[in-house]
Design a protein around this ligand. Structure first.
Ligand SMILES: C[S@@+](CC[C@H](N)C(=O)[O-])C[C@H]1O[C@@H](n2cnc3c(N)ncnc32)[C@H](O)[C@@H]1O
Length: 260
């Protein structure tokens, strides 16, 4: 799925993790150089292999944060009709929110976040607003300050609820459970929920099943959403709230397969 050129500034997801990978690779290269200088060839080769693997992980991280996550979400959002009321939970600087807004020529995209920069440097409402202007969709976008565990919206206010790499930021399982329950509350019957997260998606499924959702599945978002490698890939949870008509077109275009 081709992603339209991004004009906003979305930064790097958790840049300290990327820095850790780069520093790790440099340290391993140093150890390899020392080992070769001392004539310990086997250790040198092992350190060199580790350095190359760590560099490849850093490259994967950069790709995902700059391009891959946009490509995955563009594919997920391709099913929107264009007239939906969509909510992005933990929208940050608007990476997913504004991609969705581009498709909502007759709809509305609302982003909710509490914008505390410890989760993401540069993460602020003014940056999200500036990005909405840069992408040319500001008239369809609303930004609301709020906590995912206590959403400032009425019941069944949205046709589609999405979230990307945000719910896992809530440290306690009880809080994440509350966030998923709130997402369910504000979704209209027949509405679609899509949550991409690199942790806890099985728990989100369990919460939704406990709320009576039967149409719920998880899949692996694939290599384009790896933060360094398959060991930190992203799962996508897709659910449809029982009742009502379908808010958007049917299931995603990717083959549905269980995520770990
Ligand atoms: C890693 S960022 C992801 C941002 C955006 N979804 C993206 O994909 O670029 C996680 C976001 O979740 C927000 N967040 C975390 N816990 C939250 C909470 N309890 N209520 C509201 N927002 C929260 C953070 O402020 C941050 O903007």
């Amino acid at each position: 799925m081709k992603v339209s050129k991004r004009h906003g500034s979305y930064g790097f997801d958790a840049p300290w993790a990327l820095l850790g990978l780069v520093l790790g690779a440099v340290a391993l290269l140093g150890l390899a150089a020392v080992s070769f200088a001392l004539g310990i060839v086997a250790a040198g080769l092992a350190f060199l292999g580790g350095a190359l693997y760590t560099l490849a992980s850093a490259a994967s991280y950069v790709y995902t944060t700059r391009r891959g996550r946009f490509a995955v979400w563009a594919q997920e959002l391709a099913r929107l009709r264009g007239d939906e009321r969509l909510l992005d939970l933990g929208c940050g600087t608007g990476a997913v929110l504004l991609l969705a807004a581009e498709r909502l020529d007759l709809g509305r995209a609302t982003g909710v976040d509490r914008w505390r920069a410890q989760h993401q440097p540069g993460d602020s409402e003014p940056v999200a607003r500036a990005n909405a202007v840069a992408e040319g969709v500001s008239e369809r976008v609303e930004l609301v300050a709020g906590d995912l565990r206590d959403l400032p919206f009425g019941d069944e206010a949205f046709d589609v609820v999405v979230s990307s790499q945000a719910v896992h930021k809530i440290p306690e399982a009880e809080g994440r459970d509350k966030a998923v329950s709130e997402a369910y509350r504000v979704l209209r019957p027949g509405g679609l929920m899509l949550i991409a997260d690199f942790q806890h998606t099985p728990d989100y499924e369990e919460t939704l099943r406990g709320l009576g959702v039967v149409d719920v599945r998880r899949r692996d978002a694939g290599w384009r959403f790896w933060y360094g490698g398959p060991w930190s890939g992203t799962g996508i949870l897709e659910a449809r709230k029982p009742g009502g008509g379908s808010a958007v077109a049917g299931a995603g275009t990717e083959a549905v397969k269980p995520a770990g």
